[in-house]
Ligand binder design. Structure first.
Ligand code: CA
Length: 439
C-alpha cells in the first residue's frame, strides 16, 4: 500500500473548513461512520467526515455522476452496510478512497452535485458502524503490563510468557457502545483488603483504559490461519477505544481464567473508522531490541519488520462534575503512542488465527492499554495512581484515585509527522452514571 495522491499534504478540498490548520478530518483522512440526520427516522447510511461536515453517501450515490467502477462500491455504503463494503476487499477500499478524494478535492467537477449531500457533523446521529460479532482484547502495551505487573508482583512484573505470546482474552461484543453513551457503574463481587469474605455492591475502583480498536474487514475460513504476510489484508481500520474496567471486581475474579464481569459491562468506541489506507504515511518499522526474544517465525515477516508499527498518538482527558460546574475544560491526565505496542496489528491477527480461529468481518480487536514509559503516561488510573495509593491532583484542588459518578473521560487519537497532513482518529467520551441499586 504505497503512498499515493490521496495522501499528498498539499491536497485541498472545496469543502469549507476542511483545509483549516488542526482540522481533524482533512481530505487526506476520509473516515467512515454509520449515521443519519439527527432526530428523524431515515434509514442509516454510511457517511464520510470532511472538515466539520459529513458527506452523506446515500444522497451522493443517487444524485451524482460517479465513475462506472465506483457505482457498485457505493451501493452497500448508501444503505449503511459497511460489512457489505468490507466484503468487496482492499482493491475496492482503495478505489473508493481514490474516488472520494477526487470528488472532494478542489477543482472537482462533482462539487456542485455533492454540495447538497453534505451535512454538518452536529446535525447527525450515529450507530455502531457494523454488527460486531466478536470483541477480543489484547494486552500489547508493554509499559501497562509492566506497571500493573509491578503493583501485583514487584519482583517479577512481566510474566515469562509476555515476550513470546501476544496475551489476550475474549471480550463481550454486546456491550460495545458509542462515544457519548453513559457508563453505568457496575455492581459486582469484591473483597476489600484482607477481609475474610467478599461483598457484592457498586464498584469502588472504576477505571478507564486507553486503547485502539482494530476493525477486521476480511474473514478467514475456520481452521485456516492467516499467515503474517497476509495479516494486513484482514485489517480495515482503526478507532479509539475505552475498555472500562472495575479493578476491585477484577482483582477478586481474574484468577485463574482472566477478566470476566470486571470488563464486560461496557466498552466505548468512536463512531469513526479511520482506514488503514489513511494511516499509510504513519507506518513505521517494527523494532525488537537485540537483547529481547525475537518473534517466533509465525509472528515475523520482512514486511512486518519494515512497516508493521503505526505512529498514532493518544491522550486521555478527565473532567469532574465540579470542574464542569466551574467551567474548567477536561484536563489531560495522560499521553502515549501506539509505537510502544510490543506486538503490531499484523502480529495480533496472525496470532489470533494461528490456531485456526476464524475472524469475521466487523470483529473488533482491542490492542490493550497503551501506556508510555513515563510516570504521567499511564493509560489508566490504576497506573497513574499506583494502584490507588497516590491520588491524581486535578485543577481546583480536587483529587482522584478512581472514577466517581458523573466524571467524564475523553480519549483522543491522532497522527502527525513529517511530509504528511495531520489526521485525527476522533475521540470517544463517556460519563459515569451511578450504579443501579444492587443487593
Ligand atoms: Ca483492556
Amino acid at each position: 500500500m504505497p503512498i499515493d495522491a490521496t495522501h499528498d499534504p498539499a491536497l485541498k478540498s472545496w469543502v469549507p473548513g476542511a483545509n483549516d490548520a488542526g482540522c481533524d478530518f482533512p481530505i487526506q483522512n476520509l473516515p467512515y461512520a454509520r449515521l443519519r440526520p439527527r432526530g428523524g427516522d431515515e434509514p442509516w447510511r454510511i457517511g464520510v467526515a470532511i472538515g466539520a461536515q459529513v458527506l452523506d453517501l446515500a444522497a451522493a450515490a443517487g444524485q451524482v455522476p460517479w465513475p462506472d467502477d465506483v457505482e457498485p462500491l457505493l451501493q452497500p455504503l448508501a444503505v449503511g452496510d459497511l460489512a457489505g463494503f468490507m466484503a468487496l476487499g482492499r482493491p475496492a477500499w482503495k478505489a473508493m478512497r481514490a474516488a472520494l478524494s477526487a470528488a472532494l478535492a478542489e477543482g472537482s467537477e462533482q462539487a456542485p452535485f455533492l454540495e447538497p449531500c453534505l451535512l454538518p457533523r452536529s446535525a447527525v446521529e450515529y450507530a455502531l458502524p457494523c454488527r460486531i460479532g466478536d470483541y477480543t482484547d489484547f494486552y500489547a502495551g508493554i509499559h501497562h503490563a509492566r506497571t500493573v505487573g509491578s503493583l501485583l508482583r514487584p519482583d517479577a512484573p512481566l510474566l515469562p510468557n509476555y515476550r513470546w505470546v501476544p496475551i489476550g482474552y475474549h471480550g463481550r461484543a454486546s456491550s460495545v457502545v458509542l462515544d457519548g453513551s453513559g457508563i453505568r457503574r457496575p455492581c459486582g463481587q469484591s473483597r476489600a483488603g484482607d477481609a475474610a469474605e467478599p461483598t457484592f455492591g457498586p464498584s469502588r475502583r472504576l477505571d478507564h483504559e486507553l486503547e485502539l480498536g482494530l476493525w477486521i474487514g476480511a474473514a478467514n475460513e475456520l481452521g485456516r490461519p492467516v499467515p503474517i504476510e497476509h495479516a494486513e489484508d484482514a485489517l480495515f481500520g482503526v478507532t479509539p477505544l475505552n475498555d472500562w474496567s472495575a479493578r476491585d471486581i477484577q482483582t477478586w475474579e481474574y484468577q485463574p481464567l482472566g477478566p470476566f464481569l470486571s470488563k464486560s459491562f461496557a466498552t466505548s468506541i468512536s463512531p469513526w473508522i479511520v482506514t488503514m489506507e489513511a494511516l499509510e504515511p504513519f507506518r513505521r518499522p517494527f523494532v525488537r531490541a537485540a537483547d529481547e526474544p525475537q518473534p517466533l517465525p509465525y509472528l515475523d515477516s520482512e514486511s512486518n519488520r519494515a512497516r508493521g508499527s503505526i505512529d498514532i498518538r493518544l491522550e486521555v482527558r478527565l473532567q469532574t462534575p465540579r470542574m464542569r460546574a466551574a467551567g474548567i475544560a477536561p484536563v489531560r491526565i495522560s499521553h502515549s503512542s501506539a509505537l510502544d505496542m510490543y506486538w503490531t496489528p499484523a502480529q495480533l491477527v496472525a496470532h489470533h488465527t494461528s490456531n485456526g480461529c476464524n475472524l469475521q468481518r466487523g470483529d473488533l480487536l482491542g490492542t490493550g492499554t497503551l501506556s508510555g514509559p513515563g510516570r504521567d503516561q499511564g493509560g489508566c488510573l490504576l497506573e497513574l495512581t499506583r494502584g490507588g495509593r497516590e491520588p491524581l491532583a486535578l485543577p481546583g484542588g480536587e483529587t482522584r484515585t478512581f472514577l466517581e459518578d458523573d466524571d467524564l473521560v475523553v480519549l483522543s487519537a491522532w497522527c502527525e509527522g513529517p511530509g504528511a497532513a495531520r489526521i485525527a482518529l476522533g475521540s470517544v467520551e463517556g460519563r459515569v452514571l451511578p450504579a443501579h441499586a444492587g443487593r
